[in-house]
Design a protein around this ligand. Structure first.
Ligand SMILES: [Zn+2]
Length: 123
């Protein structure tokens, strides 16, 4: 097995409903998204998946979130746009785009700062 990781960034605002503290006020983060993939085999030139293809697939997804207020996105109408929930939403979207017989998305990590991240994965 091989494990690959790509990362991309976007900026967005959010506010957490029901949170007792500063995060209930509108504020922003420069999010970094890490996508971790596993591949069984390499192609004839030794590549599991083209990093460029992976980045393009993730870019398409995060374009919807970049420079927006995540709390106003219908995807987060019923749940808070926490790092955990952002990770789950991106995981489901990216998995649908890239999984095939060789490659499977393992997890999505969302860093909302350099010291805080949440990861979503499925067993
Ligand atoms: Zn926040």
């Amino acid at each position: 097995m091989f494990e690959l990781e790509i990362s991309r960034e976007f900026s967005a605002a959010h506010q957490l409903r029901g949170y007792n503290g500063d995060c209930s006020k509108l504020h922003g983060h420069n999010y970094r998204i890490g996508a971790i993939l596993r591949a069984k085999q390499l192609d004839e030139i030794g590549i599991a998946v083209d990093f460029k293809k992976l980045k393009a697939a993730l870019d398409e997804i995060i374009l919807e979130f970049d420079h927006t207020n995540l709390s106003e996105n219908p995807l987060f109408a019923d749940v808070n746009p926490t790092s955990e929930m952002i990770a789950m939403v991106i995981y489901k979207k990216l998995k649908a785009k890239i999984n095939d017989e060789n490659v499977s998305l393992y997890g999505i990590k969302v860093y909302e700062s350099c010291s805080s991240s949440a990861m979503y994965y499925e067993d």
